[in-house]
Design a protein. Structure first.
Length: 113
């Protein structure tokens, strides 16, 4: 079974993020993240909470390895809400929203690289 440190690295790699970008998202240095991922440094509750809230990771999974890696309930609720809002827009605004989302995805990919 993987350690908590290995599970943190798994989250980062599944999100295709560099240590630099991932560490910025949870407000720690890249070197601290590297030490966490390699098991040199212990993980405190603050870091666990930040990872879980920032990336929608299950706190139970990150601590124990049990269950699903992500909190699907929140994701599904958010997606349903987004779909509901999208359907309320006129067609031109729906197209605009899609274009802007594609630009955000492109920007997000560039940031991760």
């Amino acid at each position: 079974m993987k350690t908590i440190n290995e599970r943190i690295k798994q989250v980062r790699t599944e999100l295709n993020m560099t240590q630099v970008n991932f560490s910025k998202m949870i407000s720690i240095s890249q070197s601290s993240l590297g030490e966490i991922e390699t098991g040199v440094r212990k993980v405190n509750n603050r870091i666990i909470q930040l990872i879980c809230s920032q990336f929608n990771v299950s706190i139970d999974w990150i601590k124990t390895g049990n269950g699903d890696i992500y909190n699907k309930e929140k994701s599904e609720i958010g997606l349903e809400h987004l779909i509901e809002l999208y359907r309320q827009l006129d067609i031109p605004l729906q197209k605009y929203l899609i274009e802007q989302t594609e630009l955000l995805l492109k920007l997000n990919k560039e940031i991760k690289e």
